[in-house]
Design a protein around this ligand. Sequence first.
Ligand code: 13P
Ligand code: 13P
Ligand code: MG
Ligand code: MG
Length: 378
Amino acid sequence: MNVTLSVIKADVGSIGGHIRPSDKLKETVRNFVRDNGNGLLLDSYLSSTGDDIAILMSHNRGVDDPKIHELAWKAFMAGTQVAKEQGLYGAGQDLLKDAFAGNVRGMGPASCEMEFEERPNEPFLFFAADKTDPGAYNLPMYLAFADPMHCPGLLLSTKIAKGFTFTIMDVSYTEGDRVIELHAPEHLYDIACLLRDNERFVVESVRSRATGDIAAVVSTSRLHNIAGKYTGKDDPVALVRSQSNFPATGEILSPYRLGHYVAGTMRGSHNGPLMPVRLNSSVSFFDGPPVVSCAAFCVHNGKFTEPVDAFDHPFWDWVRNRTAEKAAEIRQQGFSGPAMLPYSELEYGGVVEKLGELDKNFVVRGAKGGKPPKKEAA
Ligand code: 13P
Ligand code: 13P
Ligand code: MG
Ligand code: MG
């Protein structure tokens, strides 16, 4: 049978700053989906990562279904009401439009969806990240689907040895979806060339070259492209199918041991290491570090098993400790150089406005027709 998995996530309010949604807010969103999903959904699962709430849904209505998107939008509206009643910080933060217009894309929430023919056994992973942006998944997707250092299945399994096709989106382009398809392994250097720029080029999906089956999807929305100003980071979600014609679950998780530096953390304006955390974790140090959670499921006839918390294992405690050290290390240099994002990516207006002001007072020393250098007061 064909099943569609849809994840729609939003930050509609949190306790104590950008830390974690309240229990009541999560309960409200969960109940809304349950009470109004009858006849629409086969199953659903609700979780939070940092201050973001993600609704994972299974159904057979295909991707971009207006009814499914409307259900999630209305659930987040109901949640926003509770966030306001509780005085939560940033109530309704990610709901950027007043009226629902058929699809949450371009309206603030992040979403990713995939439709496929269910295998007799269908394991998949649901990732959610907070205090970062969609490019955070670039390196882990590249390493899991194209690098035998993390995915020995590329050598060991004839099923996946044909490689994978990456669809990569230019998220700086706002007139429409500007995408390119590249094939691993022969286009590896081209793929790397694009994926090195996490802020501009983002993995949108990955497909098996052997079967054409969808393997992975990532939310690609960029909030500041929608709102025209900073309204929060574009905290991304992803779905990845595993085993058989796809990398094994452990191969998909392997790159997360790196705790690689990504954009985000405090005020969405810094670089910090991506820390793999348990489901429903909060954020803390320096509004970060950027965190990623992973719920592993099997789905059968659209029904989910219970989730297994993929990063709840002693191995990941060691990774978390190392990642914490990396977070503290880059914070040593405060605003300097790579600790803070470049001008083009700065989410808050302050520095941008300040530079505009200062710009007027610059002089070009000795330039033809330029102002003469100012004399120091004696
Ligand atoms: P099992 O033998 O436990 O099924 O594991 C097979 C495998 O490929 C693990 O990556
Ligand atoms: P969120 O995007 O998770 O709401 O975080 C915003 C922020 O400014 C954190 O410092
Ligand atoms: Mg927030
Ligand atoms: Mg968030």
